[in-house]
Design a protein around this ligand. Structure first.
Ligand code: ATP
Length: 635
């Protein structure tokens, strides 16, 4: 008997075609919404029971999702609080659509279903994205409640009649329409449940699955197995982030990590987040082994809201540099269905942001203080992360500067303060600036490194893709410090202690040397100078000026506004050591041809030591060297 017919109270003709048409991209979230509602209803009855307001047996509280391929229905059943006919009218007919007018205005701007559905409190109605007809069979937990049935065919007309449910709870039955039959396939439903329901707090069952169980022993005494059908429970209702850190051990954290990322290597360490004031946030963030592939590791943090998976795009919720971390965060206080700019301005999101940053910095600081040796061993993995954080987040740098490590060619580790202390006596220039020398390629720059070490200077290793930016950042932060690549100039200029570097040549001789080399090199991008370097420095040194090189490197990495520098040709400085005895020999060589040949040879040697001598030039050099040795034999 039809008890009541009515019209869903919205002012608009028909909202469902709009839901179907505009929200097609995210159809699958109907299941997230309906299963979440079922879980909410279940949690509510549990709460009422624990408060003594419901005294009957709770029974088996699992939520059951089932598919009937013949009837073309999907049913979501729960044993939650259920609804009376009155409540259906209130919650389904009116409340859920209270935002409908606004919805009609806004749907045009919305980019995806997520944005609309949550914002307008229409989780239930997302069912109409995939179903032509939706039926509710429900029995309220309340004493003396009658079962009720609601049915709606996707128009604004609905019907409420007596229902047939005999147990407390609700069935939502979706009559799937022809365009959405993919959702009648079991693997598709399994996939959606795996995505959104994996950690819901109430067991979710979807059919059964086969598994093998031990079944006695065979004649050889080996364990036998048999195939059995067991309930297919989708979720782990008590994931570790819902527990207290004191209840958990390392293995629990590692197991959970592998549950999330089955193929990943063990993480380095993790942080358990747990706050309830001024916002509610729980979660576990893991530090993965990063190496240099950090670009590929993003989007590994999963965002949940009360254990319902929402998204793995947390870009606007966690600080950029923390995107390298893995794990989960769960917060009901993050507004989920708003635009990016709104999200970034949201005060909870800002607080969450700085909370996570602080926790991460504290954890790193603690690891550093507790066991510096172990921290140093992990530096190759965490260093990248710490540097990235230091560059991108001022607050993080403020904390990180105490545990940010620099490493040198001898593989020693220093904090910023320690390093300054270590080098300042020898490496302060005449302006009073402490010059830090670094290499980004110890093999290639070995000749320069060795000359620096010979003078008891220290050389840092800065060879990660991020180091260019990190160096710039350090220079702005550290007072009276310059950071220069060890091959950016001759040492006496990199750390210039006197005004003039004098050499033994007369002005005429010096000009002559310059002329010989210019002719031998014959390349307008190489500018030759004669310098007074110490006699044991190399006779010829080729360098690219620090600043220009950095600009070019940044242009290569795609730095904004740097393209101009990228387009310039590579220009080098060729420093001839006026105090080296080879230069004297060149000056005194018999004729011009010999002078040029010797100069060319010295220049090629310099190119060679920097890995710049290649192809035909290299072949010619080898040939010339062989001939020269032969000539010496003759002599
Ligand atoms: N399975 C259910 N059992 C009991 N009540 C339900 C069930 N599903 C929906 N309801 C009731 O209908 C209301 C409307 O549901 P709907 O999903 O549209 O919105 P919501 O859950 O309140 O908000 P949102 O989905 O946007 O978070 C719910 O608040 C709840 O009172």
């Amino acid at each position: 008997m039809v008890q009541e017919k009515g019209s869903i109270s919205i002012h608009t003709e028909n909202i469902f075609p709009i839901i179907k048409k505009f929200l097609y991209s995210d159809h699958e979230i109907f299941l997230r919404e309906l299963v979440s509602n079922a879980v909410d209803a279940t949690q509510k009855v549990k709460r009422l029971s624990s408060l003594g307001q419901y005294n009957k047996e709770l029974g088996d509280l699992r939520v059951i999702v089932s598919v009937d391929e013949n009837a073309k229905t999907i049913t979501i059943s729960d044993r939650g609080i259920g609804m009376t006919a009155e409540e259906i009218k209130k919650y389904i007919n009116q409340i859920a659509f209270s935002g409908a007018t606004e919805f009609m205005e806004k749907f045009k701007e919305a980019k995806d279903a997520n944005e609309i559905i949550g914002r307008f409190g229409m989780g239930f109605y997302s069912a109409f994205m995939v179903a032509d007809k939706v039926e509710i069979q429900t029995l309220s937990y309340q004493e003396g409640a009658e079962p009720a049935r609601w049915i709606c065919d996707g128009s604004t007309e609905f019907e409420i009649t007596d229902g047939n449910r005999t147990e407390r709870g609700t069935d939502i039955i979706l009559y799937i329409n022809s365009e959405n039959e993919e959702f009648l396939e079991k693997h598709r439903i399994q996939e959606i449940l795996d995505k959104y329901a994996k950690f819901l707090p109430v067991p979710i069952q979807f059919g059964t699955r086969t598994t093998s169980m031990p079944d006695g022993e065979d004649e050889q005494g080996e364990t036998k197995y048999k195939q059995v059908e067991i309930d297919n429970i989708i979720n782990n209702p008590n994931p570790i982030w819902t527990k207290q850190p004191s209840e958990l051990n390392d293995e629990d954290y590692l197991n959970f990590y592998h549950e999330l990322y089955p193929l990943a290597e063990d993480p380095l360490f993790w942080i358990h987040l747990n706050v309830d004031y001024p916002f509610n946030l729980t979660g576990v963030l893991y530090f993965p082994k990063l190496k240099n592939e950090f670009e590929f590791q993003r989007n590994k943090i999963k965002l949940f809201s009360r254990q319902v998976f929402i998204t793995d795009e947390v870009k606007d919720i966690v600080p950029e540099f923390l995107m390298l971390l893995h794990g989960v965060i769960d917060s009901p206080d993050i507004p989920l269905n708003v635009s990016r700019s709104f999200l970034q301005a949201d005060s909870n999101v800002k607080k969450i942001n700085s909370y996570i940053t602080r926790k991460v910095a504290d954890k790193l600081g603690e690891l550093y203080r507790k066991d510096r040796k172990a921290y140093e061993e992990k530096w190759s993995d965490i260093g990248l992360f710490v540097k990235y954080g230091a560059i991108s987040e001022e607050k993080f740098y403020e904390k990180a500067k105490d545990f940010l490590l620099l490493t040198n060619t001898k593989k020693e580790f220093y904090t910023l303060d320690e390093y300054n202390e270590k080098v300042k006596a020898l490496q302060t220039d005449k302006e009073g600036r402490v010059v830090y020398l670094y290499t980004n390629d110890a093999e290639k720059q070995d000749a320069f490194i060795q000359s620096a070490l010979k003078r008891s200077y220290d050389v840092l290793v800065m060879d990660s893709p991020l180091d260019n930016h990190f160096i710039q950042h350090l220079e702005t932060k550290l007072e009276k410090v310059s950071i220069k690549r060890v091959d950016a100039d001759v040492l006496d200029r990199l750390i210039q202690k006197d005004d003039s570097l004098s050499h033994v040549l007369t002005e005429d001789e010096s000009n002559k040397v310059k002329e010989i080399f210019e002719k031998a090199i014959n390349n307008s991008n190489m500018s030759v100078t004669v310098e007074g370097l110490s006699a044991d420095e190399l006779p010829v040194t080729i360098t690219m000026e620090e600043w220009m090189r950095r600009m070019k490197e940044m242009a290569r990495m795609g730095g904004g506004g740097m393209q101009f520098y990228g387009a310039l040709p590579d220009t080098y400085k060729v420093a001839i050591n006026g105090n080296h005895k080879l230069i004297n020999r060149i000056l005194n060589a018999g004729n011009e041809a010999q002078q040029t040949a010797l100069a060319k040879q010295a220049f090629d040697l310099a190119l060679l030591s920097q890995g710049m001598l290649k192809g035909a030039d290299l072949t010619a050099f080898v040939e010339r060297s062989v001939n020269m040795i032969g000539d010496q034999d003759k002599a």
